[in-house]
Design a binder for this molecule. Structure first.
Ligand code: GLP
Length: 242
């Protein structure tokens, strides 16, 4: 059963999640973090960066694996998830850039990118804590409805709804890539602790389906019900259909 905590604000949720991650790193300086992109994890990254500022902690050995990446964006594109993770998490948290991996969306190496990524996660000893957001379609990472609970890192096609949601980050909706490479639900399940964050009414349905709905691949977030250690941090709006 997931532990669901309803908080007054995104800021409070960020502070709570940051405290849990800080505790992990204090106990295990080479902790492996599963990093997520999107607006949702920002309060967590901000709270963690603030805690490092006020009470420094050596994070030089912390390792990280991003959940997903677009396929085929030119290297260095500001909206590639490599760039986003660097901007939103790696730099503000003072993580060591060389310790952070993002799935490789280059077309030239795509055939082996998924298995290479799985091997790297295994070699690191697995993910200690996976930070997760959830999309309006219920996707986690880029695992859209229909993704197998056993799936590993692989190339997927984005739904039109997700492409439309993410169009705000690009000059034109047509610029949003059609394909992505994402950790699978099977990869995510292997992380030792999942922290799922969601804020706002637009996430209420996806959260209700993930936490209380049937465990089905039509609702990728419901994978959390198969995991022994899950913390769901939501505001009242995102919790409104629970
Ligand atoms: C994106 C990412 C997901 C993220 C989701 C929600 O497409 N691939 O990892 O959880 O959409 O984004 P946001 O947090 O901005 O609502």
């Amino acid at each position: 059963m997931a532990e669901v905590v309803v908080l007054e604000s995104e800021t409070d949720a960020g502070v709570l999640a940051a405290a849990s991650i800080r505790r992990l790193i204090s106990q295990k300086p080479e902790a492996v973090l599963g990093l997520a992109t999107g607006s949702t994890p920002m309060p967590l990254y901000r709270a963690l960066a603030e805690s490092f500022r006020t009470d420094p902690l050596d994070v030089s050995a912390v390792r990280g694996f991003a959940l997903d990446e677009y396929v085929g964006l030119p290297s260095g594109h500001p909206e590639s998830y490599r760039a986003v993770i660097t901007r939103d998490a790696v730099l503000p948290l003072g993580l060591t850039p060389g310790n952070i991996r993002v799935p490789n969306g280059d077309l030239a190496t795509l055939e082996t990118a998924g298995t290479d990524y799985e091997a790297a996660i295994r070699a690191a000893g697995g993910v200690d804590v996976q930070i997760l957001g959830i999309g309006r379609t219920g996707h986690v990472g880029f695992n859209e409805p229909g993704s197998s609970f056993a799936s590993l890192t692989r190339v997927k096609t984005l739904t039109e709804k997700t492409r439309a949601d993410n169009a705000r980050f690009f000059d034109s909706p047509d610029d949003v890539p059609i394909h992505c490479i994402t950790q699978g639900l099977g990869t995510i399940r292997r992380a030792r602790h999942l922290i799922l964050l969601a804020f706002g009414e637009e996430k209420a349905e996806a959260i209700a389906a993930a936490v209380e709905g049937p465990v089905t691949s039509s609702s990728p977030g419901s994978v959390i019900q198969l995991h022994p250690h899950v913390t769901v941090l939501v505001d009242e709006a995102a919790a409104s259909r629970l």
